[in-house]
Write a protein that binds this ligand. Structure first.
Ligand code: AMP
Ligand code: ZN
Ligand code: FE
Ligand code: FE
Length: 285
């Protein structure tokens, strides 16, 4: 069984519609994908329906923007009830933070000699309810300021770059609690990628397990080098965490993250399903 548990559609900052994503996953020989758009469940119904038509299992997911000790961390929620009120309210708050920073981002770019408006960014985002920096990057590409999303991040939008503007993110412990309240399974996305290992130490993870019942960690991910994967796999085993693997596919929006470039072992997937069932969450169709 080929299982990829972290993918994005154009409902957030991926470039394929949910249907197109599912068709591509099928072509790739995948049996299961989880759709994990940033801070929204809006693509889920379409992906599930497309999966039913073609015979691919779609697990409902979310990638929540969270914060731990001042850094941004991403939390994957699987099998959550997509109508759970407290979770939906928190996601709405996070998305408000996303749109709320667009004006400041546009002003910073404009002041730096790259005139851009909020309308330009919204146009680049199309119908996406969850607007992110990749859409700002797309607007910059459309204006001819940069050649790619990557260049936009490297020169302007990255966390330490001139047009970076902070936004609201959910405290990580609360994020895990909300996923559980919605009957889902909480897995930390790429915990040791992009310097997050400085905060998400083994001790910190033990605390998240003890105080919030964190279910697992994403191990096989392009942001982790082979040595990091090995260490994280061993540590996860020691702490009794579910260990997953995934592509974090964004269509043409993120280079090197091909569908199924990393996959989740069937045993880990079965354990996720077992916990969703136990909690009364949403199992894949
Ligand atoms: P935001 O959600 O607005 O904070 O933007 C962060 C998102 O941008 C991440 O989740 C990635 O999908 C994407 N991203 C981060 N770095 C890059 C990069 N160098 N090139 C393209 N996309 C990126
Ligand atoms: Zn993304
Ligand atoms: Fe992420
Ligand atoms: Fe992601």
């Amino acid at each position: 069984m080929k299982i990829d548990l972290h993918t994005h559609s154009s409902v957030s900052d991926g470039t394929d519609s949910p249907t197109r994503l599912v068709l591509k996953a099928h072509d790739e020989g995948l049996d299961v994908i989880a759709l994990t758009d940033h801070d929204t469940f809006d693509g889920l119904l379409e992906a599930v329906e497309a999966g039913k038509r073609i015979g691919l299992s779609v697990l409902g997911g979310i990638e929540m923007s969270c914060r731990a000790d001042g850094i941004t961390v991403h939390l994957l929620g699987y099998g959550c009830d997509p109508w759970n009120r407290p979770l939906l309210e928190e996601l709405a708050r996070i998305r408000l933070g996303r749109t709320g920073r667009l004006q400041a981002t546009a002003e910073r770019l404009t002041a730096a000699g790259l005139p851009l408006t909020v309308d330009d960014i919204v146009a680049a985002a199309g119908a996406a309810p969850s607007i992110g920096r990749p859409h700002v990057a797309d607007a910059m590409v459309a204006k001819g300021y940069v050649a790619s999303r990557k260049q936009a991040f490297d020169e302007w939008l990255g966390d330490d770059k001139p047009a970076y503007v902070q936004r609201y993110a959910c405290p990580i412990g609360r994020g895990i609690d909300l996923v559980h309240e919605a009957k889902g399974v909480a897995i930390l996305a790429h915990p040791w990628g992009r310097g997050a290992d400085r905060v998400l130490t083994p001790q910190y993870l033990e605390q998240l397990i003890a105080e919030h019942g964190l279910d697992g960690v994403e191990v096989e991910h392009e942001d982790h080098d082979p040595h990091t994967r090995e260490l994280l796999f061993q540590m996860g085993a020691r702490l009794g965490l579910i260990r997953t693997g995934s592509s974090d596919y964004h269509g043409t929006g993120k280079k090197g993250h091909h569908l199924a470039c990393n996959t989740t072992r069937e045993t880990a997937y079965r354990e996720i399903l077992r916990r969703i069932k136990l909690r009364g969450g949403m199992l894949p169709a």
